[in-house]
Write a protein that binds this ligand. Structure first.
Ligand code: SF4
Ligand code: SF4
Length: 440
């Protein structure tokens, strides 16, 4: 049996989102491990491709995770529409493992929604899945756990979609530039492209294509500059406030369709919008915004006026966190989850149409060979936790898989994080405070 320290030394973190170090998650005790294969961000397909191509590895990673946390039940949460993937996966599952068939709705990959839809358990606001006896891991993370200790994390799977010649899921060395990823798909098909990293709903605009793929990068979507998604991501705070203050009619659709509200959590984005009329800077306590998962459903889809309640909630949330305010949740109503959810889920097909992605190929088949690159840049901080400390020097020759940066030691123990390894064989060209560059 592997140990959690071996998982940390292999550099395994959540392969998406904030990238929480996996060894910390697997240090807890839970009765169930849920694999998050919902993959609800439009046009991204890496998880399904990984299940199809690394089925046994995924199952091994799930089994190891179950063993470490003492779970007797392992669940793969996947949308029921992916029949061909489920048909491949089902025969490989072993005793104690099942599939949870999810509706094709957004955001079914939010772990609060996933745990509810898979197990019927409602995680209380501000808590983590462990509070209801569950550990959630994504597909790629489970595959990385299966490779410990033989193979540390040196590669990443990433979907590249939108206006590119051949939308694909690539297997690339960590630290590969976004530019190299896009070139590997045949390049862009438009003259003035914009680049969304991480997903159309929750990702961000990136202008610098020399930036590297990290352990948490899940996708790159290429879109025209005038595309709805690009335009919305360009809104600044002044516009959010100006338009929101004047046009919000308090219809409360944003709240009625908010997935966290539907779970009974005390988040009501329409109230956050109302606060704009009372000068938000003087009101830092809009109830419940701290529980917003920033899924963007309210801003991109629910609001009939096209306003931006998500960023109003997110701004409030940041303010609350900065002021170390914690909203106690007397209004938490978990019994609401079953009542409201069924009729108010947002179908992904409707979402895709609404945000202008219906015309793009909605598949990204795996190119199952490791992309060859000439150089990589490995940030010392790629996820939640502290930056790693380099253990190599400029000019050193390094082999793929060799540790090049390690967690600092504080109070005699490694700090929160995960070690970093060379993702290609080559020479360390540059080390600075932020990253290590290696060239072949
Ligand atoms: S849905 Fe839009 S208009 Fe309605 S309350 Fe929310 S922000 Fe205001
Ligand atoms: S972004 Fe909007 S819909 Fe999503 S959790 Fe936050 S308030 Fe709710």
């Amino acid at each position: 049996m592997i140990t959690v320290e071996q998982i940390a030394a292999a550099g395994v973190v959540g392969a998406g989102g904030a990238g929480f170090p996996t060894h910390v998650k697997l240090s807890g005790k839970a009765d169930t491990v849920v694999i998050n294969a919902a993959e609800c961000e439009p046009l991204l397909h890496k998880d399904k491709e990984l299940i199809l191509h690394q089925t046994e590895i995924l199952v091994e990673g799930l089994a190891r995770a179950m063993q470490l946390v003492g779970a007797t039940h392992g669940v793969v949460g996947i949308k029921k529409k992916y029949i061909h993937v489920i048909e491949v996966l089902c025969p490989k599952l072993v005793t104690g493992m099942t599939i949870a068939s999810l509706d094709d709705v957004y955001p079914s990959g939010d772990e609060f929604i996933l745990v509810y839809e898979s197990l019927g358990r409602v995680i209380p606001p501000g808590e983590i899945p462990l509070s209801v006896g569950v550990v959630v891991m994504n597909v790629e993370t489970a595959c990385n756990v299966a490779a410990v200790p033989t193979k540390p994390v040196t590669e990443k799977f990433i979907s590249v979609a939108g206006s590119v010649e051949h939308p694909s899921t690539l297997r690339v060395p960590l630290g590969t530039s976004f530019n190299d990823c896009i070139k590997a798909t045949g390049g862009t098909t438009i003259t003035d492209p914009a680049f969304v990293v991480g997903g159309a709903m929750m990702g961000y605009l990136e202008n610098d294509l020399s930036k590297p793929v990290t352990k948490t990068t899940g996708g790159i979507i290429v879109l025209p500059q005038d595309h709805f998604v690009v335009q919305r991501k360009r809104w600044d705070w002044q516009k959010t406030v100006r338009v929101g203050r004047t046009a919000c009619d308090q219809c409360s659709f944003c709240t009625e369709l908010c997935p966290r509200n539907l779970l009974g959590h005390p988040i009501e984005p329409h109230r956050a919008m109302r606060s704009l009329g009372f000068n938000i800077s003087a009101r830092s306590d809009v109830p419940g915004t701290i529980f917003c998962c920033e899924c963007n459903l309210c801003s991109y889809c629910s609001c009939p006026e096209g306003l931006d309640p998500k960023n109003v909630c997110a701004e409030n949330k940041r303010r609350l966190l900065t002021n170390k305010q914690r909203w106690e949740h007397p209004l938490f109503r978990p019994e609401r989850a079953g009542q409201q959810m069924i009729n108010r889920k947002t179908p992904t097909t409707r979402l895709i149409q609404k945000i202008g992605l219906a015309g793009y190929p909605n598949k990204a088949p795996l190119e199952d060979h490791l992309l060859e690159v000439q150089s990589v840049v490995l940030p010392l901080r790629q996820h939640i936790g502290v930056p790693c400390i380099p253990v190599v020097h400029s000019g050193d020759r390094v082999q793929v898989g060799q540790p090049i940066a390690k967690r600092p030691i504080t109070d005699g123990k490694p700090a929160l994080g995960a070690d970093i390894h060379a993702s290609i064989t080559g020479t360390v060209i540059e080390i600075n405070q932020e990253s290590i560059r290696i060239s072949v």
